[in-house]
Ligand binder design. Sequence first.
Ligand code: COI
Length: 354
Amino acid sequence: APAVKSSCGAILNSDRIDGTYANVNWDELGFAPTPTDFMYIMKCSQGQNFSKGNITTYGNIDISPCSAILNYGQGLFEGLKAYRSADGRILLFRPEENARRMQMGAERMLMPSPSIEQFVDAVKQTVLANKHWVPPPGKGSLYIRPLLIGSGSVLGVGPAPEFTFLIFVSPVGSYHKDKKFLNLVVEDKSHRAFPGGTGGVKSVINYSPTIKAVAQAKDKGFSDIIFLDSTTKKNIEELSACNIFIVKGNAISTPGINGTILPGITRKSIIDLALDFGYQVEERDIPVEELIDADEVFCTGTAVVVTPVGSITHQGIRTEYKIGAEAVYQKLHATLTGIQTGRIEDKMGWTLEV
Ligand code: COI
């Protein structure tokens, strides 16, 4: 097949590219990895700062069996999306917020982190190199996954001697494909986070402990679980991969950032949009009993965007939520995605053109 030169100068296998777009069935996208053409890698030694990274061909990486990430989970990830606007621009949403959150997490996990500028520049380079994989308008987005890992070898528990910052991308559709709303169950056996732990940063170690409880809930027909706080076991915290909001009258509430809640960028944006719409927003402890009286419950995250909840089961009692055409989540979802895709004027200055 004839070769095609990409925007970063590397040679692509042209049978995967058809004009503007890679050869993908855009209508079938869910939230699963699709290998793309390029990724970004930057390394640095302990005690040094990240200085120069490169775009390389997408593929497996070499890693020591003794690496700190494989043995002790010294690692963080981020998640953000690039959307293609109707007029053909490629837009990122608040990438400097992801950069800042990675810096906070790196501090907690004793790792060096890229500067805000390095992070945003690396995201832009990776998206540009893979621009054929940004779905057409209305067909999804390019999910961007930055990783920061202890890639050097250790045997005793301690920081890695070398760190790797890597970005890969994958086109995605809905996280909960084929589901209009979520049926959740309150988890009463395991917890996601605890005071003094890493629940408030995007450490890789926050996620694997949720896999079993979520799999068991899915076996029973639920979409995901709601974790309770591990101290009082009375207040809701979040789901396995997103934050939660409840609506009651004109008030919209979400658990406050207290060290065990992941400070979601979608969460923060939804709070700002809700305030703009004139809602009263409360960041506070939310006793699980409040779910029963809520008018509406919805979840937020980069992957799930804004997803409404249809039912919540707690101790065998199921509460159902009516999701009308005038639902609050709908208004917030439309405004958020309108800004992200360039359909609505971005008065907040949240989008960044690649
Ligand atoms: C995201 O929403 O981007 C996340 O990082 C959650 C992830 C577990 C899919």
